[in-house]
Design a protein around this ligand. Sequence first.
Ligand code: NAD
Length: 457
Amino acid sequence: MHTLKIHNPATGALITELPADDAASVAAKAQRSRAAQPAWAATPLAQRKACIARFRAALTQQVETLAATLTSEVGKPIRQSRNEVNGLLARIDFFLEQIEPSTASETVFSDGAMTERIAHEPLGVIANISAWNYPYFVGGNVFVPALLAGNAVLYKPSEFAALTGLHIGRLLHESGVPAEVFVPLIGAGDVGAALLAQDIAGVFFTGSHATGAKIAATMGPRLVKLQLELGGKDPSYVCDDADPLAAAESLADGAMYNTGQSCCSVERIYVHERIHDAFVDAFVATVRGFKLGDPLDEATYLGAITRAPQLDVLQAQVADAVAKGARLAIGGQRIEQPGNWFEPTVFTEVNHTMALMREESFGPIIGIQKVTGDDEALALMNDSRYGLTAGVYTPDEARAQRLLARVTAGSVYWNCCDRVSPRLPWSGVGDSGIGLTLSTYGIQTFTRPKAWHLRRG
Ligand code: NAD
């Protein structure tokens, strides 16, 4: 039998060993889902909504257990795990509110003889391949609207968040979603690859650019719907009229929350030379105040690095930055203790020859670059193959609007960062991906708009 070992990244200890899927079990489950999906699509929307409402209630009742499991397998500080489970509730509320108006049939023309109508049909059986860093968010952005719209979901949680994936499956099934309509598939990349080989109507992937590109190459000839939500190297610019203290506190949180392992973590900061030194002092002081340690401790802000190989990526970025003349303001070392640990790390005097300013770091490490003005900041912000989010700090709204309109990114922020709203589309430009989730567009993406041409007589 195939198994998947689950380790606690904060201690290195083995938590458990799960029975895992293989190519044959994935094929059998996909076949059962295809058989079950039409009945789910034919179930009245009110019943599908009732299932998701029960799932929401179960999340609130079991938040402590769910948060503890998430913390144990990804090393996320417990308060942030709780925030994530609770954060899914607002997204579910949005989807429950908007599913009907977003997917109702719409007559767009009628002159008595001819009527034209758009109807939203579910895609069918879809693949939901997920990352580990926010499993409730990135999974829920797909499976909640997809199920509401009448699809069946083959859900491949990350191998680093498989226990959470099983919790999600259990709760959905207990809430009335049939076992064949929401199907967790347990395993690593080989199970994801086996899922892609099935007769599926769409692939909704969240993960790294490297895996996303591989999936795009595999799926290219198949002509099924493909959405890829990938990484980022998200910049923020602090203008000379900004309050350096307030900006530093906001951006330190944006860079270090979830131990820097967010797709929309702030990964590059540009600061106007006039306030650069004051900003750096405040930023470093804020980072010094973050408590690193046992993720189960309520006071902990910085937890473990979830995947051990990422420590090498962080160490290589540090070595490269130091070799190219960056100044280390704080941190810079892996912490030698059981589990995967890295010091919060801040560099100044950085530039775009350094991997730190070009490649996704996905850890508690940040470069702060001094700039002479808006044009230089804008050119640097856009000097990236990624384009997930970007932000500007200034009290001057017109200045922010001018800058943000010229930034190439799926989401832009004025005086804030690292923020996702269910009401707004979540998408990336360039190597940050294709397609979108959230907002009413992120509901309709799980449907096929069918055009009806109806002539009387
Ligand atoms: P990853 O690419 O390593 O894995 C993602 C998923 O793909 C996992 O479930 C994995 O098992 C599966 N997989 C691996 N190889 C596969 C293959 N050949 N075929 C099919 N599936 C395969 O990414 P990760 O480490 O889990 O996640 C971190 C990355 O995700 C970061 O780059 C982060 O920026 C990105 N991310 C993006 C968003 C977004 O909304 N844009 C959100 C969260 C995370």
